[in-house]
Design a protein. Structure first.
Length: 335
């Protein structure tokens, strides 16, 4: 079977030996995410035709204004995952606390928890810019047969068994890893099927793109400022190109394909950083490392960080290996 003809479902079955746990469980989980993604994709593509644009009038746990599509995407993913006989708990960026899900036998037999950012970059919806969904999957650490606890969600990223994202753009893609490389699948909207389009995705070791909100430059710490100036110098293969969409999924996806570094540092305004460790940084770091890239929070590897709270924020740098290592040199000057 050629790559172009392989569906996501067929790919999961063919590669089930690469997943160290039950392939049936993984298949159910990925299929649930695939189904919810298709529903959300349908709604995203209707933006502007129906009343789903703009703010919903509520704020989430982070104090950010929720968009109508934030609420819709959150509901669709929670509903779809809850209806499967595999998830014992869900944590969402849009929810104050985690959600406990009992199995159909009422004995809490399910083994996996899912952490999700249902619609990353949703403020871009109104201006027709790509947005995405980010997901992270862990095996529970508390005993099967009991309700999940916070401990099941506060695991370091290195414990992830799968992670990925869906990007809703000019085409809709689902990209994921189970710890054995990264593969991307593109949705054929005519028949509603994802096909393998980007096998074995990898960051180039070197890149020429840096992605950071330079409007916050004045607030960055000196090591980051120095690295940005390094990127802008006219020397060798520099200056690099500045590309920043403001949607983590879109910026990450572009940099993985073309080579680059994404940066969301802490600053004098956001001393803890802005991105969420559990919903954004850990899954993207897992993908980055599986795709020959690196992800750090400063001098530390993101996947080694022990979470302390559900909505914890952290500085985040990830991308092409040599670019991240060069940034780390600048950061270490000021530690």
């Amino acid at each position: 079977m050629t790559t172009k003809n392989r569906t996501l479902g067929e790919f999961i079955i063919e590669n089930q030996t690469s997943f160290k746990y039950s392939s049936g469980e993984l298949s159910k989980l990925i299929n649930a995410i695939r189904l919810a993604a298709k529903v959300v994709n349908h709604e995203v593509n209707k933006a502007g035709l129906v009343d789903i644009l703009g703010a919903a009038g509520e704020t989430n746990i982070q104090g950010e204004d929720q968009q109508k599509l934030d609420v819709l995407a959150n509901e669709k993913f929670i509903q779809t995952l809850t209806n499967r006989e595999i998830v014992c708990g869900i944590a969402s960026e849009e929810e104050d606390d985690f959600i406990t899900i009992n199995s159909n036998d009422n004995n809490h037999q399910n083994k996996y928890v899912v952490l999700i950012d249902p619609l990353d970059g949703s403020s871009n919806i109104d201006v027709n810019v790509s947005v995405g969904t980010i997901f992270s999957i862990y095996r529970r650490v508390t005993p099967v047969g009991t309700p999940v606890t916070l401990e099941d969600f506060l695991q370091p990223g290195k414990n992830q068994v799968a992670a990925g994202y869906v990007v809703y753009g000019t085409s809709t893609m689902l990209v994921y890893t189970t710890g054995d490389g990264v593969n991307g699948f593109t949705l054929n909207p005519a028949i509603g099927t994802f096909y393998l389009s980007h096998p074995n995705m990898k960051f180039p070791e070197d890149g020429k793109i840096y992605s950071v909100n330079e409007g916050n430059y004045i607030h960055f710490h000196q090591g980051v400022k120095d690295y940005i100036k390094y990127c802008q110098e006219e020397e060798g293969d520099r200056p690099y190109t500045s590309r920043y969409i403001g949607s983590l999924v879109s910026d990450f996806h572009r940099n993985m394909i073309k080579g680059g570094i994404y940066m969301y540092p802490k600053s004098s305004v956001t001393e803890e950083g802005k991105l969420r460790l559990l919903y954004e940084c850990n899954p993207m770091a897992f993908l980055a490392e599986q795709a020959n890239g690196l992800a750090i929070g400063g001098k530390n590897r993101i996947l080694d960080v022990q979470p302390t709270e559900l909505h914890q924020r952290i500085p985040f740098f990830c991308g092409s290996k040599n670019m991240v290592l060069k940034l780390q040199e600048f950061l270490e000057k000021y530690h």
